[in-house]
Design a protein around this ligand. Sequence first.
Ligand SMILES: Cc1ncc(COP(=O)(O)O)c(C=O)c1O
Length: 378
Amino acid sequence: MSDWIPLARPLVGKREEQLVLETLRSGRLSLGPRLAEFEEAFGARVGAEHVSAVSSGTAGLHLAIRAAGVRAGDEVVTTPFSFVSSANCLLYEGATPVFCDIDPRTLNIDPGAAAAAVGERTTGMLPVHIFGYPADMPALEATARERGLWLVEDACEALGAVHADGTPVGSRGNLSVFAFYPNKQMTTGEGGAVISPGPEVKVRIDSERNQGRAPDMGWLDHDRLGFNYRLDDLSCALGIAQVARLDDLLAERARVAALYNEALAEVEGLELPCPDAGGDRRSWFVYVVQLPQAIDRDAAVLALRERGVDSKPYLPAIHLYSFYRERFGHREGEFPVCEDVARRSLALPFFPGLTDGQAERVVEAVREIAMEPAPEYR
Ligand SMILES: Cc1ncc(COP(=O)(O)O)c(C=O)c1O
């Protein structure tokens, strides 16, 4: 369908093409100079000194929790309202995610519920800055200090977000992880980055992403268990060009969000993403609305598709995935706020370069399905 409006699309331009091509022609396709160059540029942009670029956000989360000291049998308090890998990474190390409910406004982990979920075997907490809205880190940090827990921040959706005290998300001195899949605020194709609190942690992460080699060791010297979580130089080249234009990419997303905010405010019963409050500043990653209770969300997805508009149930509750139900015995009703939001939330097309005309078409389609649902979609 030529006038199909997709959910997401990266914005890459001439500079990206040029840098990737230069890198391709250089013959240094991995472990070349682009890696350090990208890490430095990215660190400068987020206000963090110790950056390790890795092959995905998931790989970054895995290395971050290992560096935090997670052990098999540990329990880790985290949110059920997230992309599945923030919980899966714990399973890679034999730890158990202990879910708790979310704040109905921000959709981030509820700090009170998180504190209450800390038990005898809890060693850490893994909050997620969901949909680019900063999680309440001061409250979570206080609990972590009191209870002697480690903290890893999943900032995969929140590049460019800022906490009320002015710290950019990911720069508070906790291990933090970003992701660069093509739907993210900036992309390297696949890719991610871990922010370490100090140089020793970065050395460990750099080693583990590279098969357990020390920085100065030869190709077949390995002094610890490692993985191949490297980010290649072509991806880094793409990332260098994207970091350079990140302010523009973020501004473009904010422009599209403002269009939707204004036009969708009139649709009765529709809940829009929460506005910034208390000094916290969202970085726009996705535009997710919550449909009125009476609307069948899955039917709404089909109705939008018929109108040429892509959309996605986003996000399902992690604890209700069949794999999590079977393995941990989770069931409906455990986390009512999360489950209600997960049942009604719908991601709309959202990307830099989305035109006014496309936004109007999306809004019109949403208005049709939300205000006057046809009988077959009720
Ligand atoms: C909250 C969250 N955590 C982790 C990830 C994993 O990142 P990746 O897809 O790069 O592995 C994503 C990205 O999809 C995400 O949105």
